[in-house]
Design a protein around this ligand. Structure first.
Ligand code: EPZ
Length: 419
């Protein structure tokens, strides 16, 4: 397994371009199953997660071609059973359930495993499918859906932790081919959900209210092919802004939607960093001593849970006492033990992390555990004195396109050590 070795203390400067969004590409690639006509998707990031999704589409019988960032998918004839050995590697595979149910009126997909950030239930997804008229069975590790026909319904998808992103995606993708009108109350408002709705509408769907808590979907008979550009990855953008904050002289990220990153740029502003935004670029630079923060993670447009670990790394090196409360995945603190190996001073109290900033972090061998925790360890290594080696970087490759190469372009002394 590859490792990433970072020689800390080298300030970053310059600019990099942000890739297409992983969390938009995955459901949009799944949505191509809803039509027998060709779909062309641009700016699909080169990640192991997108590769897994393309494998699943191929296993289901779709013709898939990829030329650098452009993917074309033609799902003329498809199976309704997704292969266990690919699905089990990526829990986001669950987002093929909705399009398979919409197109084939049946679907069999293995239950997504849990993961280190916590239990990953899909009860709200299944509640939505049942409301549309599907019979739901869970047997021998598979979710089996069957619906003689799908009929529009009023569905509340809000759970105890708030809206569900992939749940909203899944139910929306089944409802677009249902008879009649579906109303989804408590819908997720993430930009990735809006991007999916925009793509579905290009395919001939009739979806209103994307980006609000209430989606109204008028079912249609069938969808046609479409072409689409994936939105920029707001979490990659946030990760690089934190990199620029933790050890930058001033960096600029390009090809980004500043509005999608507002919660992160506001947090960095409140932390004392200078943020300058234009139509599709954002710059971050130091502006005197950084200050401690109180942060809570919330559904969009609140502060994203996917940026919590990265902010933990930054606030570990910021003077004073910061407090982070994780409201979406209360156990999402796998990065804390590893940051403490580097000298961070963090106390966990249930979903809350109390961070006492330290003057120095020290390089150390650390282990990646999940996508965003791994990124946080790389960011901490940029700041730490000495050498940090992050092992199991396959976690990083799942969701960041060439992270080490991009950081190297900004002046980081970072190398990938092939095992
Ligand atoms: C999406 O996961 C993202 N993944 C996650 O990003 C992100 O952290 C999460 O949304 C929250 O923003 C993709 O888009 C591929 P949820 P998703 O359903 O949709 C609970 C990353 O690092 N819940 O919005 O699976 C759930 O346990 C990944 O890129 C139920 O209770 O998350 C959680 O507490 C990690 N029942 C909360 O809702 C359900 O049926 C939000 O989960 C579904 C979810």
């Amino acid at each position: 397994m590859d490792r990433i070795r970072i020689h800390g203390g080298h300030p970053l400067s310059g600019s990099i371009k942000i890739s297409g969004s992983k969390n938009s590409a995955l459901p949009i690639l799944a949505a191509t199953l809803l039509t027998r006509e060709p779909c062309i998707i641009h700016r699909v990031p080169d990640l192991s997660d997108t590769h897994y999704m393309l494998q699943i589409l191929t296993h289901l019988g779709a013709q898939v071609e990829r030329a650098s960032g452009t993917v074309s998918v033609t799902a003329e004839k498809i199976e309704s059973t997704a292969p266990y050995d690919v699905v089990r590697r990526m829990r986001a595979s669950v987002c093929v359930l909705g399009p398979l149910l919409g197109r084939c009126k049946e679907a069999t997909v293995s239950m997504p495993g849990g993961c280190v950030i916590g239990d990953r239930p899909i009860d709200l997804h299944l509640k939505g499918f049942e409301a549309l008229g599907a019979a739901v069975r869970v047997e021998s590790g598979n979710v089996k859906l069957f619906a003689p026909k799908l009929a529009g319904a009023v569905i509340n998808l809000r759970g105890k932790f708030g809206p569900t992103v992939l749940g909203t995606d899944n139910v929306m993708m089944a409802a677009v081919l249902a008879e009649g009108t579906t109303v989804i109350e408590g819908a997720a408002q993430e930009p990735e959900v809006v991007d999916l709705a925009n793509f579905l509408n290009k395919m001939g769907a009739k979806i209103e209210g994307a980006g609000t808590r209430r989606l109204i979907i008028e079912g249609v008979k069938e969808l046609h092919g479409a072409e689409h550009d994936i939105i920029p990855d707001r979490i990659e953008a946030g990760t690089f802004l934190v990199a620029g904050a933790i050890c930058g002289k001033g960096i600029t990220i390009k090809r980004v939607e500043p509005e999608h990153v507002l919660a992160v740029t506001n947090a960095l502003n409140n932390c004392g960093f200078r943020i300058e935004s234009s139509a599709n670029s954002i710059s971050v630079s130091p502006n005197g001593d950084a200050k401690p923060l109180e942060l809570i993670t919330e559904p969009y447009p609140g502060f994203p849970t996917d940026m919590q670990a990265q902010m933990c790394a930054l606030l570990s090196t910021t003077g004073g006492i910061s407090v982070i409360t994780e409201n979406i995945f209360p156990q999402r603190y796998m990065h804390v033990a590893e940051l403490k190996r580097m000298g961070a001073n963090v106390d966990l109290e249930g979903p809350t992390a109390v961070i006492k900033g330290v003057d120095h972090l020290f390089g150390a061998p650390v282990m990646a555990s999940d996508l965003r925790a791994s990124a946080a360890l790389v960011l901490a290594g940029l700041k730490a004195d000495g050498i940090t080696e992050v092992s199991r970087v396959y976690h990083i490759d799942r969701g960041y396109e060439h992270l080490d190469e991009k950081l190297s372009e900004l002046g980081a002394h970072i190398e990938r050590v092939k095992s």
